[in-house]
Every structure is written in structure tokens, then in C-alpha cells.
Design a protein around this ligand. Structure first.
Ligand SMILES: [Zn+2]
Length: 403
């Protein structure tokens, strides 16, 4: 090759020389993949080093190569129903014409379901051990007047740093999480490499998630499979470390990026069961005093316990339903059923959070009150006619027993 820029006709001829090796290499790297839509791509051929992205000779080269190989592959895969797709292909096969190598980029799979959490020690997602920032090693003390690097950067402890005494070297604040327990089953089922949980909101670590569970999408990275045997996944979850702690109330079903959008952007109201402790003897008339919160809009300033990670604002929140019950055996105990607008802090609705939430149960009763135990009993998100982005009638099927 003389290094000069070819004409469009010459470019097409050069592309033709890549057709057979490209097709064969794609067939090889696609052999273990389940997919229906694909797209072909390529990096620059040697003659195009100095050319503009939009250059017509480069375009002619690409069109010739991609169209020819695309048509041949569609024909070869006809019985599998695989077609070229320009919008969100499931796999992109990319040729490097210089080396002849083909790489694949596999689009993630979005698995939809609803989880129940029956263990008050499991967070929704992994938390790094705070003192060692997830490294498992003791970090050098902070220098005066300086902060550690931003959270996004994991510090590198010195090689001789002792094991972190807070986590025993695991780098974890909690041994597992809903995300990891679900991923441990769903990621291998799809033959992927990692799973990221997107929940429709989150519950506190010490709150149970009951009823029909919380909608979530587990985004599975680099999946070689794009379908899932739901019964097998449920059986695997129930047989592993999640047993009795995290369950699937619905799903797992294969969704799409639309499903993810719905899960991330829906903010349905939620129902809770709360057990409160009040520092005085409760009387029958206190029930009505507390139930007067029903239908009210309370003002919640960001709670003290979360203000380090959320903007310090006052947010109005609607309490759609409030029912109270006295405990016949314990005069300082109150059981509350609350249905509230998304984003309501129930513990602070009870305690008042030092006046940051008003009105509150404590304020109405004129005595300190705390939430001793909190369960989310319903997330009022109705799949009704099916989950957006989830195909098929099974998505409309009944929930598994919530018992
Ligand atoms: Zn640690």
C-alpha cells in the first residue's frame, strides 16, 4: 500500500477483502451468545488515519463492509430470527481491520422483580466500611485541615498497613446486601459479570420490606444469556444465603431500559407498620389525637441522620392514612399504620426529630416518642396491565403468595 488515500471504488474493493474474515470472526465470538438484534462496527482502516469521520471514502468502505457482512449474517442466522438493529442492538460486533480481531459489546439486561426483605441487618446495596473506605486496611490519619479525596476515589493504603479493625479486612460495613444476594443468583443465570440494583426507593437497613415487595431492576452487565428460568432462579435464591432473608415476591422477568426508567422515576406512596415508644402512659383519647394526622401535610426538614448526604431542605409530605392502636399490655407502646407520600420519613414523623418534622406524633402527644420498629408493608405501585418494557402475559400473572 502506498499510503495515499484511495478512491471510493478502491475503498470498496479493500473492504471486500475483509468480508470473509470479519464474518467468520463474528460467528466465532457470537457462538456462546443469546441475542436477537446486533449491529456491526469497525475501527478505522489504515488508509483512513487522517480522514474526517464523515469522509465519503471512509463511509463507502464502512458501508460496503458492514452491509455485506450484515446481510450474510442475517442469512446465516435466519432460523434464529437475528436481525441488524440500529436502535439499541443487543450486541455490537466491532472489527479492528488492522489486527483482524473482533470484539463484542453486549448490552445489559434489565431484570425486573419485587423483593421482600425479612432481615433487619441487610442493607439494599453494598456499604463500604467507613473507617477504611472499603480497602480493608487502616488508612493513615487525616492530615490537619485536609479532607480525604472525594468519595468516588478509593484511597490506596500503604502496603504494610494493618488490617482494618472495624471490618476485619473485608472492607464491608455489612456482610451482604439485597443487591448482592439477588445478583448472586440472577447474574450467573444470565451468564453475566456483575449486577447493579435499582430499587424503587429504599428502606432503612433495620426496616423489613413485606407484602408484595419492592419493585427493582437488576442491571446485569455483559450477559451471555438474555432469558431467565424464573422458577430456577427463585429456587436458587431460596436455597442459598438469602434463604429466609431476601425473597422474590414477583419476577424475575426480563425487562428493558423502559422498565429501568419506570422503576427509577416512579414514586408511589407506601404503607408502613410502625411500633412506637412514648415516654408517658397512653390513654384512649391519644388514639384520636394521633389519627388526626391523617390527611395532613407535614413539614419535614431533612432528618439529622441523613443530612450529611442530602440537601438540608424542608419538604411537605402528605399522610394519606394514619391509624393508631394502643398496646393492652404496654401503656407506653403505640402501633401505627401509616400510608404516606413517597419520601416521607416515618421515624421522624413519630419522633419529630427535635422539631425538624412538624407536626409529629411526639408533638401531638406532648411527650418524647421514638420508632422502635418499622416495616414497609406495601409499595403502592400497580403493575396492572403489565410492567412497562416487560414482555408477555407472565408479567401480568398473580403475585406469588405473600405469606
Ligand atoms: Zn474497614
Amino acid at each position: 500500500m502506498d499510503g495515499s488515500i484511495p478512491t471510493a471504488e478502491e475503498a470498496r474493493e479493500r473492504a471486500a477483502a475483509h468480508v470473509d474474515p470479519f464474518r467468520e470472526a463474528v460467528l466465532e465470538v457470537a457462538a456462546d451468545l443469546e441475542f436477537e438484534t446486533f449491529l456491526l462496527g469497525s475501527t478505522r482502516p489504515d488508509f483512513a488515519a487522517g480522514l474526517d469521520r464523515e469522509d465519503s471514502v471512509l463511509a463507502a468502505w464502512k458501508r460496503e463492509l458492514h452491509m455485506t457482512v450484515g446481510l450474510q449474517l442475517e442469512e446465516r442466522w435466519e432460523s434464529l430470527g437475528r436481525t441488524v438493529a440500529f436502535d439499541r442492538p443487543e450486541v455490537i460486533f466491532k472489527l479492528d481491520p488492522l489486527s483482524g480481531r473482533v470484539t463484542r459489546q453486549i448490552a445489559p439486561v434489565f431484570v425486573y422483580g419485587r423483593y421482600r426483605k425479612l432481615d433487619r441487618t441487610v442493607p439494599q446495596t453494598h456499604w463500604d466500611c467507613r473507617p477504611c473506605r472499603g480497602t480493608g486496611r487502616e488508612l493513615p490519619p487525616k492530615r490537619r485541615g485536609r479532607r480525604h479525596p472525594p468519595r468516588s476515589r478509593t484511597p490506596t493504603p500503604p502496603p504494610d498497613a494493618p488490617i482494618c479493625p472495624d471490618c476485619g479486612g473485608t472492607g464491608r460495613r455489612y456482610p451482604d446486601s439485597v443487591e448482592e444476594l439477588l445478583a448472586a443468583v440472577i447474574v450467573p443465570a444470565l451468564d453475566g459479570t456483575a449486577g447493579t440494583l435499582h430499587g424503587m426507593g429504599r428502606e432503612d437497613i433495620d426496616a423489613l420490606m413485606l407484602g408484595d415487595g419492592r419493585p427493582f431492576v437488576l442491571e446485569v452487565t455483559d450477559p451471555c444469556r438474555r432469558s431467565i428460568d424464573a422458577d430456577a432462579a427463585i429456587a436458587a435464591l431460596d436455597a442459598g444465603p438469602a434463604a429466609g432473608r431476601v425473597q422474590l415476591a414477583r419476577g424475575p422477568w426480563i425487562g428493558s431500559h423502559r422498565t429501568l426508567r419506570v422503576v427509577k422515576h416512579s414514586s408511589p406512596s407506601k404503607s408502613y407498620l410502625a411500633r412506637a415508644r412514648v415516654e408517658r402512659e397512653l390513654r384512649v383519647e391519644d388514639v384520636a389525637a394521633v389519627e388526626a394526622l391523617e390527611g395532613q401535610t407535614i413539614e419535614q426538614q431533612t432528618p439529622k441522620r441523613v443530612v450529611h448526604r442530602r440537601a438540608d431542605l424542608v419538604r411537605p409530605r402528605v399522610l394519606e392514612r394514619v391509624r393508631a392502636r394502643l398496646d393492652p399490655d404496654d401503656a407506653g407502646r403505640l402501633e401505627l399504620e401509616v400510608r404516606a407520600q413517597s419520601g416521607t420519613y416515618i421515624k421522624e414523623m413519630i419522633s419529630g426529630d427535635g422539631g425538624r418534622t412538624t407536626p409529629s406524633v411526639a408533638e401531638l402527644l406532648g411527650a418524647p416518642a421514638i420508632c422502635e420498629e418499622l416495616d414497609v408493608v406495601a409499595i403502592h405501585f400497580d403493575e396492572g396491565g403489565g410492567v412497562p418494557g416487560v414482555d408477555g402475559a407472565d408479567a401480568r400473572g398473580a403475585a406469588r403468595g405473600a405469606g
